[in-house]
Design a protein around this ligand. Structure first.
Ligand SMILES: O=P(O)(O)OC[C@H]1O[C@H](OP(=O)(O)OP(=O)(O)O)[C@H](O)[C@@H]1O
Ligand SMILES: Nc1ncnc2[nH]cnc12
Length: 188
Protein backbone atom coordinates (compact mmCIF):
# COMPACT_ATOMS: atom_id res chain seq x y z
CA UNK A 1 0.00 0.00 0.00
CA UNK A 2 1.40 3.36 -1.02
CA UNK A 3 0.70 6.62 0.81
CA UNK A 4 -1.02 8.04 -2.31
CA UNK A 5 -3.52 5.18 -2.13
CA UNK A 6 -4.19 5.84 1.52
CA UNK A 7 -5.25 9.42 2.13
CA UNK A 8 -2.17 11.31 0.93
CA UNK A 9 -3.08 11.67 -2.75
CA UNK A 10 -2.00 15.14 -3.88
CA UNK A 11 0.01 15.73 -0.70
CA UNK A 12 2.96 17.88 -1.85
CA UNK A 13 5.17 16.31 0.82
CA UNK A 14 5.36 13.09 -1.21
CA UNK A 15 6.73 14.90 -4.28
CA UNK A 16 9.23 16.77 -2.08
CA UNK A 17 10.42 13.46 -0.62
CA UNK A 18 10.72 11.86 -4.06
CA UNK A 19 12.57 14.88 -5.45
CA UNK A 20 15.09 14.76 -2.60
CA UNK A 21 16.17 11.17 -3.33
CA UNK A 22 19.08 10.93 -5.77
CA UNK A 23 19.23 8.08 -8.28
CA UNK A 24 22.64 6.58 -9.07
CA UNK A 25 22.59 4.24 -12.09
CA UNK A 26 24.61 1.01 -11.88
CA UNK A 27 25.47 1.19 -8.16
CA UNK A 28 26.62 -1.00 -6.52
CA UNK A 29 26.25 -3.29 -9.54
CA UNK A 30 25.40 -2.89 -13.24
CA UNK A 31 21.66 -2.68 -13.76
CA UNK A 32 20.76 -1.41 -10.27
CA UNK A 33 19.18 2.05 -10.16
CA UNK A 34 20.37 2.92 -6.67
CA UNK A 35 17.96 5.11 -4.68
CA UNK A 36 20.27 7.24 -2.57
CA UNK A 37 18.48 8.55 0.51
CA UNK A 38 21.58 10.43 1.76
CA UNK A 39 20.46 13.41 -0.34
CA UNK A 40 17.07 13.32 1.43
CA UNK A 41 18.97 13.64 4.72
CA UNK A 42 20.60 16.83 3.41
CA UNK A 43 17.14 18.37 3.06
CA UNK A 44 15.74 18.82 6.57
CA UNK A 45 12.29 19.79 5.28
CA UNK A 46 11.91 16.64 3.18
CA UNK A 47 13.49 14.47 5.91
CA UNK A 48 10.98 15.86 8.41
CA UNK A 49 8.11 15.15 6.01
CA UNK A 50 9.12 11.47 6.08
CA UNK A 51 9.15 11.32 9.86
CA UNK A 52 5.92 13.35 10.20
CA UNK A 53 3.98 11.11 7.81
CA UNK A 54 5.08 7.94 9.59
CA UNK A 55 4.48 9.41 13.05
CA UNK A 56 0.95 10.53 12.07
CA UNK A 57 0.20 7.06 10.81
CA UNK A 58 1.60 5.10 13.76
CA UNK A 59 1.09 7.31 16.82
CA UNK A 60 -2.31 5.80 17.71
CA UNK A 61 -1.61 2.16 16.82
CA UNK A 62 -0.40 1.12 20.25
CA UNK A 63 3.06 0.23 18.94
CA UNK A 64 5.68 -0.36 21.65
CA UNK A 65 8.59 -1.44 19.44
CA UNK A 66 10.10 0.02 16.28
CA UNK A 67 12.62 -2.28 14.61
CA UNK A 68 15.04 -0.66 12.16
CA UNK A 69 17.02 -2.60 9.56
CA UNK A 70 20.76 -1.93 9.27
CA UNK A 71 21.91 0.36 7.89
CA UNK A 72 19.36 2.82 6.61
CA UNK A 73 16.52 1.71 8.88
CA UNK A 74 18.74 3.06 11.67
CA UNK A 75 18.27 6.57 10.24
CA UNK A 76 14.47 6.61 9.98
CA UNK A 77 13.54 4.26 12.84
CA UNK A 78 14.80 6.12 15.95
CA UNK A 79 13.04 9.49 15.34
CA UNK A 80 9.79 7.63 14.71
CA UNK A 81 10.24 5.47 17.82
CA UNK A 82 10.92 8.52 20.02
CA UNK A 83 7.93 10.42 18.64
CA UNK A 84 5.46 7.58 19.22
CA UNK A 85 6.90 6.59 22.61
CA UNK A 86 8.21 3.19 21.48
CA UNK A 87 11.55 1.48 22.01
CA UNK A 88 13.96 1.08 19.11
CA UNK A 89 15.39 -2.33 18.27
CA UNK A 90 18.25 -2.56 15.75
CA UNK A 91 18.19 -5.51 13.34
CA UNK A 92 21.86 -5.90 12.52
CA UNK A 93 24.12 -7.54 9.97
CA UNK A 94 25.94 -10.67 11.26
CA UNK A 95 28.39 -10.53 14.15
CA UNK A 96 27.64 -6.97 15.29
CA UNK A 97 25.36 -7.57 18.29
CA UNK A 98 26.70 -8.77 21.64
CA UNK A 99 24.80 -11.24 23.82
CA UNK A 100 22.26 -13.83 22.72
CA UNK A 101 20.93 -13.25 19.23
CA UNK A 102 18.57 -14.94 16.80
CA UNK A 103 19.31 -14.75 13.09
CA UNK A 104 17.62 -15.09 9.71
CA UNK A 105 19.18 -15.56 6.27
CA UNK A 106 17.65 -13.85 3.26
CA UNK A 107 18.22 -13.16 -0.43
CA UNK A 108 18.86 -9.66 -1.78
CA UNK A 109 18.49 -8.00 -5.18
CA UNK A 110 22.30 -8.23 -5.25
CA UNK A 111 23.41 -11.17 -3.06
CA UNK A 112 22.63 -12.95 0.21
CA UNK A 113 22.75 -11.66 3.75
CA UNK A 114 21.71 -12.35 7.34
CA UNK A 115 20.04 -10.24 10.00
CA UNK A 116 20.38 -10.65 13.74
CA UNK A 117 18.31 -9.41 16.67
CA UNK A 118 19.02 -9.41 20.37
CA UNK A 119 16.88 -12.00 22.23
CA UNK A 120 16.40 -9.64 25.18
CA UNK A 121 15.01 -6.81 23.06
CA UNK A 122 11.50 -8.15 22.60
CA UNK A 123 8.70 -9.13 24.96
CA UNK A 124 6.02 -11.63 23.95
CA UNK A 125 2.95 -10.05 22.26
CA UNK A 126 4.64 -6.66 21.80
CA UNK A 127 3.18 -4.70 18.89
CA UNK A 128 6.03 -3.98 16.47
CA UNK A 129 6.64 -1.79 13.44
CA UNK A 130 9.52 -2.55 11.03
CA UNK A 131 11.21 0.41 9.30
CA UNK A 132 13.61 0.44 6.38
CA UNK A 133 14.52 2.92 3.65
CA UNK A 134 13.55 0.77 0.68
CA UNK A 135 11.76 -2.42 -0.34
CA UNK A 136 12.91 -4.12 -3.56
CA UNK A 137 12.38 -7.90 -3.35
CA UNK A 138 10.94 -7.79 0.16
CA UNK A 139 13.52 -10.33 1.37
CA UNK A 140 14.97 -8.05 4.04
CA UNK A 141 11.57 -7.14 5.48
CA UNK A 142 10.41 -10.77 5.41
CA UNK A 143 13.50 -11.79 7.39
CA UNK A 144 12.77 -8.95 9.83
CA UNK A 145 9.18 -10.15 10.31
CA UNK A 146 10.47 -13.69 10.93
CA UNK A 147 12.90 -12.47 13.59
CA UNK A 148 10.25 -10.49 15.45
CA UNK A 149 7.66 -13.26 15.27
CA UNK A 150 10.17 -15.86 16.48
CA UNK A 151 10.74 -13.60 19.50
CA UNK A 152 6.97 -13.49 20.14
CA UNK A 153 6.17 -10.00 18.83
CA UNK A 154 3.13 -9.14 16.74
CA UNK A 155 4.25 -7.27 13.61
CA UNK A 156 1.64 -4.60 12.94
CA UNK A 157 3.14 -3.26 9.70
CA UNK A 158 6.36 -2.73 7.72
CA UNK A 159 7.10 0.78 6.47
CA UNK A 160 9.57 2.08 3.88
CA UNK A 161 10.34 5.41 2.31
CA UNK A 162 10.78 3.94 -1.21
CA UNK A 163 9.14 0.86 -2.72
CA UNK A 164 8.87 -0.75 -6.13
CA UNK A 165 5.46 -0.27 -7.78
CA UNK A 166 4.77 -4.03 -7.52
CA UNK A 167 3.95 -3.33 -3.86
CA UNK A 168 0.97 -1.11 -4.76
CA UNK A 169 -2.48 -2.12 -3.54
CA UNK A 170 -3.30 -4.45 -0.69
CA UNK A 171 0.00 -6.29 -0.88
CA UNK A 172 1.36 -8.08 2.17
CA UNK A 173 4.72 -9.51 3.20
CA UNK A 174 4.38 -12.74 5.16
CA UNK A 175 0.77 -11.69 5.76
CA UNK A 176 1.75 -8.29 7.19
CA UNK A 177 0.77 -4.95 5.62
CA UNK A 178 3.41 -2.85 3.91
CA UNK A 179 3.20 0.96 3.81
CA UNK A 180 5.40 2.87 1.32
CA UNK A 181 5.79 6.61 0.78
CA UNK A 182 7.13 6.93 -2.77
CA UNK A 183 8.09 4.93 -5.86
CA UNK A 184 11.69 4.95 -7.11
CA UNK A 185 12.45 7.64 -9.69
CA UNK A 186 14.00 6.68 -13.05
CA UNK A 187 13.16 3.04 -12.60
CA UNK A 188 14.92 1.98 -15.78
O1 LIG B 1 13.74 -5.64 -0.43
P1 LIG B 1 15.14 -6.16 -0.53
O2 LIG B 1 15.44 -6.79 -1.87
O3 LIG B 1 15.45 -7.10 0.58
O4 LIG B 1 16.16 -4.95 -0.45
C1 LIG B 1 16.05 -3.89 0.45
C2 LIG B 1 17.26 -3.75 1.33
O5 LIG B 1 18.44 -3.51 0.56
C3 LIG B 1 19.11 -2.36 1.06
O6 LIG B 1 20.00 -2.65 2.06
P2 LIG B 1 21.35 -3.47 1.80
O7 LIG B 1 21.06 -4.92 1.94
O8 LIG B 1 21.93 -3.01 0.53
O9 LIG B 1 22.25 -3.13 3.05
P3 LIG B 1 22.95 -1.79 3.55
O10 LIG B 1 21.85 -0.84 3.97
O11 LIG B 1 23.74 -2.27 4.73
O12 LIG B 1 23.76 -1.25 2.43
C4 LIG B 1 17.99 -1.52 1.62
O13 LIG B 1 18.46 -0.56 2.55
C5 LIG B 1 17.08 -2.55 2.26
O14 LIG B 1 17.49 -2.89 3.57
N1 LIG C 1 17.69 0.03 -6.04
C1 LIG C 1 18.06 0.14 -4.76
N2 LIG C 1 18.43 1.33 -4.25
C2 LIG C 1 18.81 1.44 -2.96
N3 LIG C 1 18.88 0.41 -2.12
C3 LIG C 1 18.52 -0.79 -2.58
N4 LIG C 1 18.43 -1.99 -1.97
C4 LIG C 1 18.01 -2.87 -2.88
N5 LIG C 1 17.80 -2.30 -4.07
C5 LIG C 1 18.10 -0.98 -3.90
Amino acid sequence: MFAVENGLQGDPRLQAISDAIRVIPHFPKTGIMFQDITTLLLDPVAFKHVIDIFVDRYKHMNISLVAGVEARGFIFGPPIALAIGAKFVPLRKPGKLPGRVISEEYELEYGNDRLEMSMEAVKTHERALVIDDLVATGGTLSASINLLERAGAEVVECACVVGLPKFKGECRLKGKPLYVLVEPSQLD
